[in-house]
Design a protein around this ligand. Structure first.
Ligand code: GLC
Ligand code: CA
Length: 508
């Protein structure tokens, strides 16, 4: 028997950018509620919501200041509940982003902790008299001097995101309460933010530095992490039929896969596959995943998120046929797919043209560090444009507009509704097909890589994905009935002629 999430296509919603329901230029639960029928029409069965908790939004909600409420920008608890009920009514489950590696420096726990060195909450955070060489994942030192109490606190991300001390059992007990609270509210599981970064030990060895670049060795995946992940997974599973997906800060398959499965979280994000810089690595990564997950566990399949350039630009070179090729791979291969909002209508990147348009803390840090490094403003802007995650965060281009307000919280991209309709229909057809048993069963009946051509058989379907130039392929299967294709194919008893970037599903 498959678990519900093994048959589900998930859809990531970046809270401030999906749909504004109250006309203030920021996406919210009212807007989301309006769009549930759209998501049902697309056919997705699960939604991942990025953080919606109260937050000063230095990192757009990944800096939580209260785990038990809804940020007023997104609405009220009642709005959240109405949205979840509406999603459930349409057969769509909802999972919440849980950011438990760090909290906002505005969180009451940290405000208490920073009252004095012997405050009861002091040890909920990580303090040192002198910093080691650890760098924050956003750049710069990961240690910040706290003047009033005369020690440094540890922040693996922005200065305003202070790391919790998971070596302290009180912290853990408090976080279990947070999990319980949201499961009691009716949510269906969690996406666990940078979950292998938890600080579990107190040895702060300097990280090795090679070619001026720090390797994050001692500030993540600490001893005890496997056991901790197993405990988190087990606790959530013990409560019922919930789903956990872990964000592992790594693009190394070996590091990613070890936390996924019955002894860990249900699945982990395969950045080895999803965040590749070009199409070249995709087939090879999938081939490796096919072997690693042949034991029945599932990888995740995605080409976009709020942390990377959109696949339309990064991988598809702005070509519809390539975008459809990628979609077919993601929605027919063995794994749990995550569509990033807007991808299904072929949305492109937004690139801030000046510092005024920049919203992402990572882009802003990169800009400031480049200036400190002696770069000119022009050069610093180019660095920031490369680093900024604003690219994928422009508001969804709805036919009626994102918001009633003229100006959204971040710059918008020019819509292309005709393209959007074609792409949507393609995604919809793929998702409908994926719901058939053939694509839900784990693994492949056949799997073959021939240069840039990838073919696999799942159930009664043959999928051919040509990542290269036009070519022919031997027809080993006989009667082939075309089910869905992005280009016109010529098929006869002996061969199939595949145009460049052809993607086709045949019934065999
Ligand atoms: C994850 C989130 C990212 C955030 C970071 C720190 O990587 O996806 O958006 O900035 O964690 O919480
Ligand atoms: Ca709003």
């Amino acid at each position: 028997m498959l678990k519900w999430w093994q048959e589900t296509v998930f859809y990531e919603i970046y809270m401030p950018s999906f749909k504004d329901g109250n006309g203030d230029g920021i996406g919210d639960f009212k807007g989301l509620l309006e769009k549930v029928p759209y998501l049902a029409e697309l056919g997705v069965g699960g939604i991942w919501l990025t953080p919606f908790y109260p937050s000063p939004k230095v990192d757009n909600g990944y800096d939580v200041s209260d785990y038990y409420a809804v940020d007023p920008d997104y609405g009220t608890m009642a709005d959240l509940e109405a949205f979840v009920a509406e999603a459930h009514r349409h057969g769509i489950r909802v999972i919440a982003d849980m950011v438990v590696n760090h909290v906002s420096t505005e969180h009451a726990w940290f405000k208490e902790a920073r009252r004095s060195q012997d405050d009861a909450k002091r040890d909920w955070f990580v303090w040192q008299d002198a910093p080691n060489n650890w760098e924050s994942f956003f750049g710069g030192s990961a240690w910040e001097w706290d003047e009033p109490t005369g020690q440094y606190y540890y922040h693996s991300f922005a200065t305003e995101q202070v790391d919790l001390n998971w070596a302290n059992p009180e912290v853990e007990r408090e976080i279990w309460k947070v999990f319980d609270f949201w499961l009691d509210k009716g949510l269906d599981g969690f996406r666990l933010d940078v979950i292998n970064n938890l600080t579990l030990t107190q040895d702060f060895m300097d990280n090795p530095v090679a070619d001026g670049c720090q390797r994050h060795i001692f500030d993540k995946d600490q001893p005890g992490m496997m056991a901790k992940m197993a405990e988190i997974g087990a606790r959530i599973r013990a409560r019922g039929d919930y789903f956990t997906v872990g964000e592992i800060s790594s693009d190394n398959l070996a590091e990613i896969e070890r936390y996924a499965g019955a002894d860990g979280l249900d699945v982990t994000f395969n950045f080895n596959f999803g965040s590749v810089a070009s199409r070249d690595g995709i087939i090879a990564e999938l081939a490796r995943m096919q072997q690693v997950y042949a034991d029945g566990r599932m990888p995740t399949l995605f080409f976009g998120s709020h942390d990377m350039s959109r696949s339309w630009n990064r991988l598809a070179d702005g070509r519809e046929d390539v975008a459809q090729l990628l979609a077919m791979l993601m929605l027919t291969a063995h794994g749990v797919p995550f569509v990033y909002f807007g991808e299904e209508i072929g949305m492109a990147d937004f690139v801030p043209e000046s510092t005024r348009e920049m919203r992402d803390v990572q882009g802003i840090y990169a800009y400031e560090l480049a200036l400190l490094d002696g770069k000119s403003e022009r050069e610093a802007l180019i660095v920031a444009q490369e680093k900024t995650r604003d690219k994928a965060r422009a508001p969804m281009t709805w036919p009626e507009g994102f918001s009633d307000k003229a100006v959204a919280w971040i710059g918008e991209v020019t819509p292309d509704f005709a393209r959007g309709q074609r792409m949507f229909a393609f995604y919809q057809a793929l998702i409908a097909l994926r719901k058939t048993a053939d694509f839900c069963e784990p693994g492949y009946r056949e799997f073959e890589v021939d240069g840039e051509l990838l073919t696999y058989v799942r159930g009664d379907y043959l999928v051919c994905l040509n990542f290269g130039a036009a070519r022919e392929m031997e027809n080993k299967w006989g009667d082939l009935t075309e089910v869905l294709a992005n280009r016109h194919m010529v098929v006869d008893a002996n061969r199939v002629v595949l145009p460049a970037f052809a993607a086709v599903i045949f019934k065999i």
